[in-house]
Ligand binder design. Structure first.
Ligand code: ATP
Ligand code: MG
Length: 196
């Protein structure tokens, strides 16, 4: 069993997320990609949308892909969401499985800021997918060689969408059609998320 872990805040989930998860799944023959919306972090520079909304949007976005499942693990855990706890949970739950952590370029470039990153990098292979505006060729100057061995670089289609930008667009009343799946768009509208 080859399992991909797709962590994020997903506030809201968008096609940038979906496409990197699918590129990683296809290129590494992953049997399953587990989407793990982060819990509500106590300290963040902006107020994060309540986790039940973010979870519901990820469910809607991933429903049509039989390889994608959504986990409530980080939502149900007390305190801040650390990836090391999540990875160790799945190591215990599926000891025979091979774990792959899927990230965009911006996230892998910040790996040394993660809690217990020495253990994180030993516990699973990272699949780092290109993201416009973030230069993956810088990685060798940022991370030690032992870390680079555990990271595979993947070229995605380079979709320049971010949740930050989407929240701003909704706030300004501009369209988000074709940037997020339609059911997510309907959900945002129905629940009046990201309004002023
Ligand atoms: P925000 O602007 O709020 O930070 P975001 O769009 O960066 O939102 P996150 O939930 O922070 O989304 O990201 C979850 C994961 O998806 C991270 O590993 C991030 O690098 C990756 N990711 C997000 N958007 C893209 C994108 N457009 N292309 C490639 N990777 C992406
Ligand atoms: Mg981000």
């Amino acid at each position: 069993m080859r399992i991909g872990l797709m962590g994020g805040t997903f506030d809201p989930v968008h096609y940038g997320h979906l496409v990197i998860a699918e590129v990683a799944r296809a290129e590494f023959s992953l049997d399953r990609v587990i989407w793990i919306p982060a819990g509500d972090p106590p300290h963040k520079d902006h107020a994060v949308t309540p986790q039940e909304h973010r979870h519901a949007m990820v469910l809607l976005a991933t429903a049509s892909n039989p390889h994608f499942v959504v986990s409530r693990l980080e939502m149900e855990r007390e305190g801040p969401s650390y990836s090391i706890d999540t990875i160790q949970h799945f190591q215990r739950e599926a000891p025979a499985a091979e774990l792959f952590f899927i990230t965009g370029a911006d996230t892998i470039l910040e790996l040394l800021t993660w809690r217990r990153h020495e253990e994180v990098i030993r516990a699973c292979r990272f699949l780092a997918v290109t993201r416009p505006g973030f230069d993956l060729t810088r990685l060798s100057g940022v991370l030690p060689a032992s870390y680079l061995e555990q990271i595979s670089l993947l070229t995605g289609p380079g979709v320049d969408i971010s949740s930050t930008h989407l929240r701003q667009r909704v706030r300004e009343g501009r369209p988000v059609r074709y940037l997020i799946p339609e059911p997510v768009e309907d959900y945002v509208r129905k629940h009046r998320l990201y309004q002023r």
